[in-house]
Design a protein around this ligand. Structure first.
Ligand SMILES: [Zn+2]
Length: 449
């Protein structure tokens, strides 16, 4: 039988035990860090193979002179559209266009590109592309690529409708990129992506093993016919500087990169020269690290990662009655506010385009954010000779409901090449509830709504 220890003896034992633990202490293996081969400074998120050419003259300079790393995510493989190189269409065209993009990107130093499965959807309504691609599915894929490539800056299409650049796929790429900017650092967004693998060396593993990642800045670009609205809204980069390795201006580097897209027949040589010699004009989206609106995109950038920054999120409309443009216009108003990029609403007033003599879809939304049923009178002011269907002008809206008014507006052929202004006013119980104005470009060549 062991005798009870004295106090001194107990202390001695404790010291010996602690010393023994220290001698046997095991250091945990290092935490495996994200695969550095795929870390980039810039991730471009675009819709179609060849969209990258929009900023290629600038990006080629960054890669060659500043040794920046750039990758591209395409939300489609470009399975629609004409083929200037041969008879292939549909999935065969997509196979070709993916290869064209890889060759084009490689010509100025980009080797990492991912092509998602969205279908190339020509038109002007962003919500249709998101519907056809599967908004959630594509968002999950884009968030994964942001977490994998860990970009400091995201460059993407402008999430807005504007005359001359209204491709719904472009807009949808901008929407998804903005979503991903605000989601990728949130571990509750697609949590399986950031789940640590239980045994990464084993088969049948699960948990994707990515880390949450917060990009620092997002900028937009547009191929609108008239880019005056973007002047002073972000940095602008000239394209005449000479590439030290190629001994030609970066505009020509971009033009040669475009040469890989032989299926595309957008430009003749003169148009391509003009297009690539234009400055690359970016529109400031937001920055989480300071810097000015028109300053360099890497201004204020520090090398260390930053933590999650919560965007404002959805804000319900205020109480009362309201009249606004519906459809994609209503979506964008709420979307911009939710993502803290509401300044995009100030770039230009709502606009649309219509072929002369043809009809224009105008969705209006009457919101009744009150506790009682309301009757609203709608009054249109249209250009002389233009028509509107349906002819109804009294609408009844249930409490906390919205009435989507789907209007067909008929234009006049004689108004070709003019801008027209269309206005609607709403009134209830003798009081105005607001008005909306839409500027319409009457042009011969445009994407259908
Ligand atoms: Zn495109």
């Amino acid at each position: 039988m062991r005798l009870p220890c004295s106090r001194l003896e107990s202390l001695l034992w404790v010291s010996i035990c602690v010393a023994a633990v220290a001698v046997n202490a095991q250091t945990a293996p290092p935490n495996p860090q994200p695969d550095s081969r795929f870390k980039v400074d810039i991730l471009e998120i675009v819709a179609h193979p060849d969209d990258d050419i929009e900023v290629a003259a600038y990006v080629a300079q960054l890669i060659e002179r500043q040794h920046k790393r750039v990758a591209v995510a395409y939300t489609t493989r470009g399975n629609s559209g004409g083929n200037a190189a041969g008879p292939e269409q549909s999935n065969a065209l997509a196979d070709i266009r993916e290869m064209e993009a890889r060759h084009s990107l490689a010509s100025y130093g980009i080797v990492d590109a991912w092509f998602l499965g969205g279908s190339d959807t020509p038109g002007g309504d962003v919500l249709r592309s998101l519907e056809r691609w599967g908004h959630g599915k594509t968002q999950e894929e884009i968030v994964r690529l942001v977490r994998l490539t860990r970009p400091e800056v995201i460059l993407t299409w402008l999430p807005n409708y504007d005359v001359g650049e209204n491709h719904e796929d472009h807009q949808a790429a901008g929407v998804l990129a903005t979503d991903a900017f605000d989601l990728a650092a949130n571990p509750l967004a697609f949590p399986a992506q950031v789940d640590a693998p239980r045994d990464r060396f084993n088969i049948n593993n699960y948990g994707e093993g990515l880390r949450p990642w917060q990009p620092k800045k997002i900028y937009y670009f547009s191929d609108a016919t008239n880019l005056d609205f973007a002047k002073g809204k972000g940095p602008e980069y000239q394209t005449q500087d000479i590439s030290p390795s190629r001994k030609v201006p970066y505009s020509q580097v971009a033009a040669e990169a475009w040469g890989s897209y032989k299926t595309q027949n957008d430009f003749n040589d003169a148009q391509l020269k003009e297009f690539t010699e234009k400055p690359v004009r970016l529109i400031f989206g937001k920055s989480l690290v300071g810097g000015s609106v028109t300053g360099d995109i890497f201004e204020g950038m520090e090398p260390q990662p930053i933590g999650y920054v919560r965007a404002r999120g959805y804000q319900p409309p205020p109480a009362g009655l309201a009249l606004e443009l519906g459809g994609p216009w209503a979506f964008y108003q709420a979307f911009w506010r939710a993502h803290n990029i509401e300044h995009l609403a100030d770039l230009y007033p709502p606009q649309a385009q219509v072929a002369p003599g043809e009809s224009l879809w105008v969705p209006l939304l009457i919101r009744n954010n009150t506790d009682s049923t309301k009757e609203v009178h709608l009054r249109a002011t249209l250009p002389a000779g233009w028509g509107e269907t349906p002819a109804a002008d009294i609408y009844t809206i249930a409490p906390h409901d919205s009435y989507p008014v789907q209007l067909r507006i008929t234009s006049l052929a004689k108004d070709k090449d003019t801008w027209k202004t269309l206005t609607w006013e709403g009134e209830s119980d003798g009081r105005g509830i607001g008005s909306v104005t839409l500027r319409v470009d009457v042009v011969g060549n445009y994407l259908s709504q």
